[in-house]
Write a protein that binds this ligand. Structure first.
Ligand code: HEC
Length: 156
């Protein structure tokens, strides 16, 4: 009797440990992707602005590459159904998955085009590409948010 109780407890304990690990893992990916998004946002809203004023193309190139890396990492941080009450992710991410991936690729391409314009120190082109990459609401970043961020969608 005792023995089976202990076994039972052990099993339940393992189960809840497993469940807790899943929840932590989920919070972890959500926190990670949000941290990346915020870092990218600081770059497009502050660092690019300052670097543009200073015509500091080396920094723009470097930071555009950081955004590319961030978007690459983000691609693996949206496992199916990873939403919690603090997440702004819209469940359509896992319905219109191809569209989500295309949005990610488009933003990455925009960041790459910016890094190349910066490497060429082409001021006019850098200005165009910064706009194309955009921010929270505009450009390639905004294009994804309009569809896949529930706080930015018009229908929810
Ligand atoms: C392919 C879609 C996609 C692209 C491209 C994208 N984002 Fe996001 N972004 C999201 C989603 C989805 C969330 C919500 C994540 C969550 O809350 O779980 C988000 C969240 C954010 C947040 C809020 C983070 C927080 O702490 O809640 C910021 C800021 C942000 N993105 C900025 C950017 C910027 C700047 C770019 C372009 C360089 C960008 N995003 C590109 C999908 C995208």
């Amino acid at each position: 009797m005792k023995r089976s109780n202990i076994l039972g407890l052990g099993f339940c304990g393992l189960l809840s440990l497993f469940a807790a690990t899943q929840v932590f893992a989920q919070e972890d990916v959500i926190d990670k992707r949000k941290a990346i998004m915020r870092a990218n946002n600081d770059t497009v809203t502050k660092e690019f602005k300052k670097a543009l004023e200073e015509k500091d193309y080396a920094t723009i190139e470097l930071k555009a590459k950081d955004i590319m890396g961030g978007l690459d990492a983000a691609a693996n941080l949206f496992p199916k159904g990873s939403i919690n009450e603090k997440s702004r992710a819209h469940p359509d991410i896992w319905v219109k998955t191809d569209e989500f991936k295309t949005s990610l690729t488009n933003a990455r391409k925009a960041a790459e085009a910016l890094s190349k314009a910066a490497a060429a120190k082409d001021e006019a082109e850098v200005n165009v590409k910064v706009k194309e990459l955009g921010n929270n609401r505009d450009g390639a970043c905004g294009d994804c948010h309009k569809v896949f961020r529930k706080d930015f969608r018009k229908d929810s």
